[in-house]
Design a protein around this ligand. Structure first.
Ligand SMILES: C[S@@+](CC[C@H](N)C(=O)[O-])C[C@H]1O[C@@H](n2cnc3c(N)ncnc32)[C@H](O)[C@@H]1O
Length: 233
């Protein structure tokens, strides 16, 4: 985002930059490295300010940091002094719903030229509507797709645990076996009928989920058998 702001729109180099919700200072430090003439970061959290100050020392850049609540601060002394505001605003949560838009509105009020703000794609229409209301032009200058393997792995595991739950809940009175090698969970009905489900789970995950469902699983006494037997306890 900052690279585009600098190279395409000439809004960073030699400009006075305000970083709204500066956190650890990543955006103002980056702006400084790109040649900003002056940078100031604002954050409500004094611990974040302290960390940002440490980080700016590490990167040997000169940035002012102001500890303030931007949703209520008037910022009079910065009016007309900042060319560009850069921001990655806090997502509104239950207790501070809409805070991102409050900060965005404040940024537009303060910035001499442009505001660069990061938002979820799902809020784009809303922001465009607000921009019209506020009488400013709106443009998407960069788009980032986040793919988190960690998230998708944990989602997959959750799906697999749900499949396990459903399989067991369909016949809670049956005995079950976990085959470690085949990654299968099988059940045996009293009439001898056997059904299996293959699950993308470690056998330890299956074991502990079976425990949650009220089963105790153990290896049989026969050492040639490699599957675990699970009995309701
Ligand atoms: C999503 S983080 C962004 C941090 C950093 N700019 C970045 O891009 O990693 C939002 C920051 O806004 C700060 N913040 C939240 N509400 C604020 C408010 N009302 N006034 C000023 N800062 C606020 C938080 O403390 C947090 O550091």
């Amino acid at each position: 985002m900052l690279y585009t702001a600098d190279t395409v729109y000439d809004d960073i180099e030699d400009k006075a930059i305000g970083d709204f919700g500066s956190g650890c200072g990543i955006l103002s430090i980056a702006a400084n490295i790109l040649g900003a003439g002056y940078s100031v970061g604002f954050d409500i959290d004094p611990d974040a300010i302290e960390i940002a100050q440490e980080n700016s020392e590490t990167f040997e850049v000169d940035i002012d940091f102001v500890n303030t609540d931007l949703s209520v601060a008037t910022l009079d002394r910065f009016k007309g002094k900042l060319d560009t505001i850069i921001m990655n605003p806090p997502f509104g949560t239950k207790n501070n719903k809409g805070v991102d838009m409050i900060l965005l509105n404040k940024a537009i009020e303060i910035a001499g030229t442009s505001v660069y703000s990061l938002h979820k794609t799902s809020t784009r229409d809303h922001i465009e509507k607000k921009a019209k209301e506020w009488g400013v032009s709106f443009e998407v200058v960069a788009e980032l797709k986040m793919s988190s393997n960690e998230n998708s792995e944990s989602n997959n595991a959750n799906d697999e645990l749900t499949r396990l739950n459903n399989f067991v809940k369909a016949a809670p009175g049956n005995e079950y076996t976990i085959d470690q090698k085949e990654q299968t969970l099988c059940r045996q009905a009293a009439n001898g009928q056997r059904d299996c489900v293959k699950l993308n789970l470690e056998y330890t995950q299956m074991f502990s989920q079976m425990q949650t469902l009220g089963f105790f699983c153990a290896l049989p006494m026969d050492p040639t058998k490699t599957y675990m037997e699970c009995r309701r306890v």
